[in-house]
Every structure is written in structure tokens, then in C-alpha cells.
Design a protein around this ligand. Sequence first.
Ligand code: FES
Length: 232
Amino acid sequence: MAKILENIKVADRIYKLVVEGNFKGEMGQFFMIRGWEEFPLLSRPLSIHDKTHESITFLYRIEGSGTDKLSKLKSGDKLKLEGPYGNGYPKTKGKVAIVGGGIGIAPLLYTAKGLKKYIEKLDIYLGFTDTSYLTDEFKKYADNLYVSVGDFITEKINVDEYDYIFTCGPEIMMKKIVDMTKGKNVKTYVSIEKHMACGVGACLVCSCKTKNGMSRVCKDGPVYDGEDVYYE
Ligand code: FES
């Protein structure tokens, strides 16, 4: 069990959870958070939002009784973390845009931090429905930061400026980006979110339809070539 250092509200239903420990993990990978044994059972995939040698940070939205209970935990309380799981975003070079929508920004801060070390240019686009949050954290790694609230963030992107686009958020937003890059010399990687149970490829709860057949998001993803996914 790992100790919670901080579990704070950053926006309506959005919480930042910091857990003590030197955890392994690459950009875009996730952990299964298994908090307790009694009802409601907590078994949630939470992607790595940030990480240092002393702690790991997750960003989550209250979606049901499990995450509601998670939001009530305080510093000093204990949690069980299993992972890291999944493939994560590739390490690329060149000019990259990161595009996050809503709680989909969760894996993108650590991704920005990781990419910034060796790429030529990093622009970050963040879209929110009602209120923006944590944009200053992203600003640290961005050559240019664009934020939209209540508007389509995709309208701000000129895909011709980039070699790669890394995105996470609503499928409709990610599909739009993939459509915008069709026939162009830019590759898109999407992070797909699905309900999960086992987190290790055994139960098929997280199935996703791709051009290569049905895929297990927890094991084969969550990051896919944007053109390989059939969006819902
Ligand atoms: Fe069980 Fe993915 S969550 S196979």
C-alpha cells in the first residue's frame, strides 16, 4: 500500500492525487488504483499525470461511487497501485502538438515533460467545456500554449505545422484531428479510454475495434495510431 500525500480538488469534480513513492512509468501509461476491498470496489485505470523520484500524480474526475469515495481520501490514507500498464506514447523527434480535451489532459502533462527533452518544438492545445484548470503546469513545457473554454480546440490547430500530434480526450475530438491529418505528412497518436476491470488483458472488458481487429485497450493500448481506430 502506498501513502497519499495530497488529494485536492482542482475544478468541479476534478481531483489531483499525489502518492508517495518512486514508481516506474512511461508517458501515456497507467496504473490500476485499487483502494479498498469493501463496496464500492475501486479498480480504476488512472494515467500518469506527473512523476518524480519521490511521488506519482494522477488526475481524475468523479464519475461514480468509486471515484467519489477516492475523492474523500486524505493525506496519510493508503491506496493500492498496480502498474504501470499499457504501451504509452512513442518517443518521437521533430515538431509535436499535444492536444487534450477535458479530463483527457491527464496523461499529457507527463508526456509533455518527457517529450520536451528531445523534440524541436512542442505546442500544447487544451480544450475545456466550462472552466480551464492546470494550464500553468502545461505552460512550463510548451513553446506555445492554446486554451479553449466552451469552444472547439481543434479550430486552433494547423496540422501542417507538425510531424506528430499526440491527443487524449473525447473520441469525437480525436477523430476530428485524425480526419484533419488525412493525406498529410503528420502522424497522430490517440489515447483511448475504456472501462477496465483486470487491467492486464485477461477479461476483455476494455475491447476496442481497430483496423487490426478487436484490441484490448489495457494491454495493446491505450495509445494507438490514430488511423487504426474505429471511433464510437
Ligand atoms: Fe481486462 Fe482490459 S481490462 S482485458
